[in-house]
Design a protein around this ligand. Structure first.
Ligand code: KIV
Ligand code: ZN
Length: 386
């Protein structure tokens, strides 16, 4: 089976920046765009040019500095949005317009107060207009996660016929189960004539904590682009986490997929995004959280110290993280204690460790984490009375 490339479409600067409090100025957006290019993302969604003069300026500035990645601007399926995006992208080496409209009956009725037929007409017009302005047009079928599959297939067929090069199937509300999202992609692959003329893209939200799983199921069923953000930031509960999908694809060779991401840059860019957006990363976040490579319970520490792969499926260096950590708490065991004493330059016998361990537990029960200074105190006192 061929090892297919998954195009990584980063939307940290657009969907990610929609998070309250995470708004970026042009200088910050340029810095992050350059870091994303350096990371190896294929497409950078730089912003929504018609939304504000500041965002127009940011997209234009990013279009000027990015040389390898495609630079993309979001629009509604509206003439003035599309023309504005084309203008903002005019300096891009590889410009892409990302236009689209609601595809679920909920959106068609409540947002647009219109009919499915009208949606097809607006989609055709928007795609054709965008294709007259740039060669690369992505069409998003908003709320595809809750759309009727037969109508969705018709919409995808229509926009491909109108010239879309990529068709985005967003689970806008993060509603789908992984098998449902995967089946949706498979349905489109099997039922849309000429579907292979375009790339199907996954854009999943994390309202039920399923964004990463849904994106992977989408890829397993034929989607070849994943839309994601650094640290999974984005509207409400966020978007698919870039670092998670990339590492799943890397760790599971049986998927027969690959990306262009330099995984050693994942932790540095996570910190850069977190600092720039002033958005902390939760400690237990996969791949980039402070505890992602920390071991605290005695059973785990003992196994890890014998052989790291007993409790680590990823080498921290491969994702640019600091080395693995053994955290000493009241749940730690003798081997972790002996290991840390050894690192601090103390040599104790097994029997001595047994005695020291009882004293260690007393300290550990009184605080969250035992520090090296606590251990030095214990060891020095032990040595002085020995
Ligand atoms: O979640 C969504 O549907 C979106 C579209 C604008 C692509 O962000
Ligand atoms: Zn979104």
């Amino acid at each position: 089976m061929a090892n297919d490339k998954i195009f990584i479409f980063d939307t940290t600067l657009r969907d990610g920046e929609q998070v309250p409090g995470c708004k970026l100025n042009t200088k910050e957006k340029i810095e992050l765009a350059l870091a994303l290019e350096d990371l190896g993302v294929d497409i950078i969604e730089a912003g929504f040019p018609i939304s504000s003069p500041g965002d127009f300026a940011s997209v234009e500035a990013i279009a000027k500095v990015i040389k390898n990645a495609t630079v993309c601007g979001l629009t509604r399926a509206v003439q003035k949005d599309i023309e504005c995006a084309a203008e903002a992208l005019k300096y891009a080496v590889r410009p892409r317009i990302h236009t689209g409209i609601g595809s679920s009956d909920i959106h068609i009725k409540h947002k647009f107060n219109t009919s499915r037929e009208d949606i097809l007409e607006r989609a055709t017009k928007a795609t054709k207009l965008a294709r007259n302005l740039v060669d690369d047009v992505e069409f998003f079928c908003e709320d595809a996660g809750r759309a009727d599959n037969e109508f969705l297939a018709k919409l995808v067929e229509t926009v491909i016929a109108a010239g879309a090069t990529v068709v985005n199937i967003p689970d806008t509300t993060g509603y789908c189960l992984p098998n449902q999202y995967g089946e949706k992609i498979a349905y489109l692959k099997n039922n849309v004539p000429n579907v292979d003329k375009a790339i199907l893209s996954c854009h999943c939200h994390n309202d039920l904590g399923l964004a990463t799983a849904n994106s992977i199921f989408g890829a397993m069923n034929g989607a070849r682009q994943i839309e994601c953000t650094i640290n999974g930031i984005g509207e409400r509960a966020g978007n698919t986490s870039l670092e998670e999908v990339v590492m799943i694809i890397q760790q599971h060779k049986s998927l027969n997929l690959h990306t262009n991401i330099n995984t050693r840059k994942l932790n540095p860019i996570s910190r850069l995004v977190s600092d720039t957006m002033r958005m902390p990363v939760q400690s237990n976040k996969a791949i980039v959280g402070a505890n992602a490579f920390s071991h605290s319970s005695g059973i785990h520490q003992d196994g890890f110290l014998k052989e790291a792969t007993t409790y680590e499926i990823i080498n921290p260096e491969d994702v640019g993280a600091d080395h693995s950590k053994i955290v000493l708490t009241a749940r730690s065991g003798r081997s972790a204690l002996a290991h840390r004493f050894h690192k601090l330059g103390y040599q104790f016998t097994r029997n001595e460790i047994d005695v020291l361990y009882e004293q260690f537990l007393e300290v550990a029960d009184s605080k969250k984490e035992v520090e090296d200074s606590d251990l030095k105190e214990l060891a020095d006192e032990f040595n002085s009375t020995a």
